[in-house]
Design a protein around this ligand. Structure first.
Ligand code: URP
Ligand code: ZN
Ligand code: ZN
Ligand code: ZN
Length: 466
């Protein structure tokens, strides 16, 4: 068995910060021991990585990505190969992507299609959620089987009528099923029916620019849908995970529910923490680069998101990585904002942006690891194999240089998309070496990984429930 030793770093997990050496054996963490302890001094290894003045952290777990997803008349521009490579560059070692059930199709067919895209192509480990587009009796039965097999979470859409939209009755039925089989329902909480009325009215009034995307997708229509999803989950006796929360009024709904002791969880994304409607209003067609749903909000909303992350009313930051090129994809919506493919790139930037948030005083270092690694792993049944550094865990380890300076740019990023949503932003901190199950993927700032190294990981059920 190959042995790797990471010496001299500050090991940070959600629970602790300790100066410790980490011994890796056969792809797993074998042991940790205090720096300069007799135990650590006695260790030998085939490879020794010097982590002096560096952090040693668990690889990031990005629980919300859409690699090569067909959407808005085009396909998200990162494949599983390019997207997972970019993720590794950014210190992320596991993604949970969304397989999609086609209208009239089975969950199994959707899952098979996503395996066909991902298997043998990923640089890092991957798992799947299932987008349920068409709730019916056979599909409800299939949910039970998927939970058994390790696809334990299901996204239902209250937005996008005619595409992924489910009405309240269908959502309730899926929640009842999840309540019985241990699955976790995830909702895209926006009132899509009302939004579509506002979209048509805006277009009829000649409001076609990207910024109107933000105006018609009103914060109150996110809050309303969040409230409704919570009540439906409560009636069904099911836990609920609300994806990509952006509105402060939606955060308030989550706080109310959690104060009542309900098993309700919330995720936000870097774009809502760092970007705003100011970006959507950039001149020309630049605003299209920032079109995603839920939409970017006015700056005032950001304080509620940061506070929610600190108070644990929001538990996870994932990227909702869904890249579309500015040229040839976003421009489908020139003259009609409703045709701009929805989604932002970010899988490579999440760990670094959140490290910057530590430096800016929004988060502690341990909370950074908690919201980016440990909690997503627990939420989606991957812990402690993923999300922490403990004996027995997969050796998904990042040696992180907290002093490295970088400028985010499309010129230097590794995502297969022709722009960066964070172009020109200065960040302190960067992954220096990234191991996936003990195997180097990034080594001293160079990619040494391999498409196909990444393995599919069947998941357990949510570990925040009884
Ligand atoms: O704009 C977004 N979020 N695109 C990806 C699909 C979704 O709703 O998550
Ligand atoms: Zn130190
Ligand atoms: Zn969504
Ligand atoms: Zn998404």
């Amino acid at each position: 068995m190959t042995r790797t030793l990471i010496r001299g770093g500050l090991v940070i997990t959600a629970a602790d910060e300790v100066h410790a050496d980490v011994l890796i054996e056969g792809g797993r963490i074998a042991a940790l021991a205090a720096r300069e302890s007799d135990t650590a001094a006695g260790w030998t290894a085939d490879t020794v990585i010097d982590a002096t003045d560096r952090y040693v952290i668990p690889g990031g777990v990005d629980a919300h990505t859409h690699m090569e997803m067909p959407f808005g008349g085009t396909v998200a521009s990162d494949t599983f190969e390019t997207g997972t490579r970019a993720a590794a560059w950014g210190g992320t070692t596991t993604i949970v992507d969304f397989a999609i059930q086609q209208m009239g199709g089975s969950l199994r067919a959707g899952l098979d299609a996503w395996h066909a895209k991902a298997d043998a192509r990923c640089a890092i480990d991957y798992a799947f959620h299932m987008i349920v587009a068409d709730v019916n009796e056979p599909v409800l039965k299939e949910m039970d089987i998927l939970v058994e097999e390790g696809v334990t979470s299901f996204k239902l859409f209250m937005a996008y009528p005619g595409v992924f939209y489910s009405d309240d009755g269908r959502i309730l039925r899926a929640m009842q099923r999840a309540s019985a089989n241990g699955g976790l329902i995830m909702t895209h909480a926006e009132n899509g029916i009302a939004i579509d009325v506002l979209v048509q009215q805006a277009l009829a009034a000649g409001k076609t620019d990207p910024r109107y995307h933000g105006e018609v997708r009103h914060a109150l229509l996110e809050a309303e849908a969040t409230h409704r999803a919570i009540q439906l989950a409560r009636v069904a006796g099911a836990p609920l995970y609300v994806v990509h929360v952006s509105a402060q009024q939606a955060v308030a709904e989550l706080i109310t529910a959690r104060d009542q002791g309900l098993p309700v969880f919330g995720e936000t994304c870097p774009q809502y923490l760092f970007l705003s409607t100011d970006n959507l209003a950039e001149p020309g067609f630049e605003g299209s680069k920032y079109v995603c749903s839920t939409p970017l909000r006015p700056r005032e909303h950001q304080a509620a998101l940061w506070q929610g992350l600190r108070t644990d009313d929001l538990q996870v930051v994932s990227t909702d990585h869904c890249p579309f090129c500015f040229t040839g994809q976003k421009d489908i919506g020139v003259g009609d904002f409703s045709k701009i493919p929805n989604g932002l790139p970010g899988v490579e930037n999440r760990m670094d942006l959140l490290h910057q948030a530590v430096l800016d005083g929004h988060l502690t270092r341990r909370r950074w690891i908690e919201i980016a690694c440990a909690t997503p792993a627990r939420m989606f049944g991957l812990y402690p194999r993923k999300g922490t550094l403990a004996p027995g865990a997969d050796a998904d380890v990042v040696v992180y240089d907290p002093h490295a300076e970088q400028v985010l740019s499309a010129q230097t990023h590794h995502m297969n998309v022709d722009y960066s949503a964070y172009e020109g932003r200065r960040i302190t901190g960067r992954a220096q070496t990234v191991l996936s199950r003990g195997v180097p993927v990034i080594q001293d700032g160079a990619y040494v990984g391999r498409a196909g190294h990444g393995q599919y990981v069947p998941r357990g059920t949510c570990q925040f429930l009884g």
